[in-house]
Design a protein around this ligand. Structure first.
Ligand SMILES: [Zn+2]
Ligand SMILES: [Zn+2]
Length: 114
């Protein structure tokens, strides 16, 4: 109220919906809604293994050869993050709320340039 500056609050979800075949939907406290397709989430897995793979090698040139990816489980880690477990056994990616909000694929969040 004193200044018009932007409030930098920690992003916090009020509702999380998990679809094993489609992905994750998060309703944020500030009213924003984010929908993350499975592949989008997996491509941005923040764990060390995936980060190394991404920086070291090109993505697979044969996307059709990849088995259908499924989300098995999404469990909260403390009060700040979500751990995703995938159908291929991968479960070391811990997605903090802050990270999830930063990669929100919606037009409003991702389409600001141009
Ligand atoms: Zn990973
Ligand atoms: Zn968004």
């Amino acid at each position: 109220m004193s200044s018009g500056s932007e409030v930098v609050g920690f992003p916090e979800p009020v509702q999380i919906s998990v679809s094993r075949s489609r992905g994750l939907t998060i309703q944020w406290r500030d009213g924003h809604r984010s929908e993350y397709p499975l592949r989008y989430l997996r491509d941005r897995c923040p764990c060390a293994t995936c980060s190394q793979t991404r920086s070291g090698a090109d993505p697979s040139p044969f996307p059709m050869f990849q088995p259908a990816l499924r989300l098995i489980n999404a469990e909260p880690v403390g009060r700040y993050a979500l751990r995703l477990q995938w159908s291929d056994g991968h479960n070391t990616g811990i997605y903090s709320w802050e990270y999830l909000r930063s990669i929100c694929p919606c037009q409003e969040c991702s389409g600001r340039t141009d």
